[in-house]
Write a protein that binds this ligand. Structure first.
Ligand code: ADP
Ligand code: MG
Length: 710
């Protein structure tokens, strides 16, 4: 292409899918920038910019058949326009009167939109879309704030906008839906009739060709079922959604295949290890715990590196499973690293691992930020010399610069789902230890398979025996005195309680202050006879550990805290969780917090205190009182927040989809995943697989940040 100014390509056949958008007629360099800012850099990007909705203008009703209350498209000729002020309020109203073929009129009205005046003139043909109202005063039909399009008779593309089902796009800048329609029409000419989806799959699933799918998605044929169209379930739409998932899943499958091909450690699971595991277990494992340990052990025995996700609701007993896996590695003379997301959790894991593994003859080292530089040096030396067998610490500390003598297994307690994969890459740089990631985010299986990319998934779907449901109640702030009385009763019966405060105004400083103030109030005025402690993120690490330790030992009875107790803390004697300002917590967070109680034999309680909850906050709290099933709660959370926010797409590395929607299209995702896995595992030919690898690398790697596919 010529350097410098844009060359308009009039002959659309010379346009390719990867032709920059500026060469499309009607775009040009200035507008191209605007398109690029919306992620539309090429013709292909444009074509995958999907309609927001559709309007059936193929047989729109005449005005005489419109009923007030319905939402409809009216097409007519402008007979008059008028700008005036409304009575006392002086509000500006702009009106356009449209007359249809039958000489019947309807009035379009816009408030505070004087600028529209310059857009309309008599004689224009206009399509207006909105809710039809009957105006009592003027006794005529009107449409308030309709979306509109001015249709031009001399437009060679006029048939795109009228007399058919038309796509409506989300507009941006000065780009109108009408302009987009024209561009789509022109861009469609660039689609070659080949198809990136392997033919065998396309044929078996009855998917239309790419070209046909794009064509009918942007310009549906007249007989298309509008309901299917709106549900994104026409064959063409389905195919495009499938395509997006399919190549993502191919990328993931290729990554898995690659990591499986790497050389790992084949651990031996012999009787000695089995005997040892049995001896250290403080209780009888549940069926689910046994099953997942079996899955993990099989991975460990295989000569390729394990990448497994252990998913289980809060309190389902993941820690002990990790310790069992550790014993397998240890009995094979390898070292184990266990990483936790917070200091508190690292310390807790350190203590429980030590309690179980030290009597069995292993050396357990704790490596957290609270250690002095000299202590850290010493511990790192012990690790490097292979004297320390198990190292427990925070993510940051362990991934820093610790050199292991013979690292065989890494366990990552990933309560916060972010950045697992990155860390995994980091760890895998040199040797290839087995990796087990633990998460308490119970997301639906298909989603977790995609969300966690190339990890295999094991699920603990059973709680240890003897747990009674946590009694969950909501309370108004006005009932605080009653709630505190209840807390006192529990404490006097020998139990312990948490009282938790949310992050206020997004500011930790304010939160800490509020928690501090409340702590003083509670210790002086409410519970003067009891022992309370305060725990928040600003305390020095040592003090945090000490506060946690005092609570664990039962020296303090009530722990007043900000959300630092959210993750993994395990004090079975604690039976009351009071959450103040529960309206400002998300569902998953509430579920995590509630999971801090109900860990022992005593009946436990969770009290959600609110002050002026919003409608959605009420819904969240309602969900909490109705169920304790983490999967159902995650599901509700996903529905309430939408996938983007739920997964925290940006931090998580989960791709944002342009055609598909994780919630709406979950079944399609599952189908695409199965097809992709089968194809990668069993390609029709070496060439076909190479072609797929190339396609994924060229087209999808950049989008989805799939590092090193193939
Ligand atoms: P999480 O999955 O949330 O990390 P933990 O591993 O902390 O859960 O276990 C929660 C509690 O349940 C712990 O106190 C643990 O000792 C106990 N526990 C785990 N498995 C069993 C079991 N099979 N029988 C009885 N108690 C168990
Ligand atoms: Mg845990």
């Amino acid at each position: 292409m010529a350097a410098g100014g844009a060359v308009k390509i009039e002959n659309s056949r010379s346009m390719q899918l990867d032709t920059p958008i500026k060469y499309l007629q009607g775009v040009g360099p200035d507008r191209a920038e605007l398109f690029e800012s919306r992620g539309i850099a090429t013709i292909e990007d444009l074509l995958y910019y999907m309609p927001l909705r559709y309007e059936n203008r193929s047989n729109f009703k005449p005005v005489s058949e419109l009923a007030p209350g319905e939402t409809a498209t009216v097409v007519g000729t402008v007979t008059a326009t008028q700008l005036y002020r409304l009575g006392r309020s002086g509000m500006q109203i702009f009106e356009v009167r449209l007359k249809d073929r039958e000489e019947q009129s309807v009035v379009c009205k816009w408030f505070r939109s004087a600028y529209l005046q310059s857009r309309f003139e008599q004689g224009q043909t206009v399509a207006a879309y909105g809710r039809i109202d009957y105006d009592k005063y003027s006794r005529q039909l009107s449409v308030l704030h309709p979306e509109f399009e001015i249709l031009r008779r001399d437009d060679p593309e006029s048939k795109l906008h009228l007399g058919r089902i038309v796509p409506i796009y989300k507009t941006f800048g000065k780009v109108t839906t009408r302009m987009l329609r024209g561009m789509m029409h022109r861009a469609l000419a660039a689609v070659p009739d080949d198809d990136p989806i392997p033919e065998s799959i396309r044929r078996r699933l009855g998917l239309p060709q790419r070209q046909a799918a794009l064509q009918e998605t942007h310009f549906p044929p007249a007989d298309t079922d509008m309901r299917l169209l709106e549900a994104r379930r026409t064959p063409g739409q389905f195919r495009l959604i499938f395509e997006e998932f399919f190549f993502l899943e191919c990328g993931l499958a290729l990554k898995r295949a690659k990591s499986r091909a790497a050389a790992g450690i084949a651990f031996e699971l012999n009787d000695r290890a089995r005997e040892k595991i049995k001896r250290i277990l403080p209780f009888k494992p549940t069926g689910a715990q046994k099953r997942v340990l079996g899955e993990i052990a099989a991975d460990m025995a295989a000569p390729t590196p394990m990448s497994r996700l252990l998913q289980g609701d809060v309190g389902s007993g993941k820690t002990i499973v990790a310790i069992e896996a550790a014993v397998i590695a240890l009995e094979n003379n390898y070292q184990v690293a266990l990483m936790a997301p917070t200091e508190i959790l690292a310390t807790q894991h350190f203590l429980s691992v030590k309690k179980l593994l030290e009597p069995a003859g292993y050396v357990v080292a704790g490596l957290t930020g609270s250690r002095s530089a000299r202590e850290k040096q010493k511990i790192k030396r012990l690790i490097g010399e292979g004297i320390a067998h198990v190292v427990v610490g925070t993510h940051a500390v362990i991934s820093e610069d610790v050199e292991f003598k013979r690292l065989g297994l890494v366990v990552i307690d990933e309560q916060h789902r972010f950045g697992v994969l990155q860390r995994l890459e980091l760890l895998r740089k040199g040797a290839h230890p087995d990796v087990l990631v633990m998460t308490a985010t119970p997301i639906p299986r298909t989603l977790s398979l995609t969300f966690y990319g190339e990890l295999d998934v094991s699920i603990i779907d059973e709680l240890p025996p003897g747990r009674s449901p946590i009694v969950t109640r909501r309370g108004n702030i006005a009932q605080a005195a009653k709630v505190y009385d209840f807390v006192r009763k529990q404490v006097l019966a020998g139990r312990q309680a948490y009282i938790v405060y949310p992050l206020i105004d997004e500011s930790e400083t304010k939160t800490v202050k509020a928690a501090q103030k409340q702590f003083e109030h509670l210790s002086k005025d409410v519970f003067p006879e009891l022992k309370l402690d305060l725990l928040h993120g600003r305390l020095p690490t040592g003090s945090k550990d000490e506060a946690m330790e005092r609570f664990r030992l039962g020296e303090t009875q009530i722990l007043v805290s900000t959300t630092v107790v959210e993750v993994g803390v395990d004090v079975p004697n604690a039976t009351v969780m009071v959450i103040e300002h529960a309206e400002s917590f998300g569902l998953s967070q509430l579920h995590q917090l509630r999971g801090r109680v109900g860990r022992g034999a005593h009946r436990s309680y969770c009290i959600l205190m609110t002050e002026k909850p919003t409608e959605t906050a009420r819904e969240r709290i309602g969900t909490m009182t109705e169920t304790q099933d983490g999967f159902r709660i995650a599901e509700a959370d996903l529905q309430l927040r939408g996938p983007g926010e739920f997964f925290g797409t940006k931090q998580s590395g989960l791709p944002s989809f342009r055609v598909a929607n994780l919630l709406r299209d979950r079944e399609t995702l599952e189908a695409a995943r199965n097809e992709a896995a089968a194809y990668v595992e069993n390609p029709p030919s070496v060439e076909a697989l190479a072609e797929l690898v190339n396609y994924v690398r060229d087209k999808w790697q950049r989008r989805y940040g799939l590092i090193q596919v193939g």
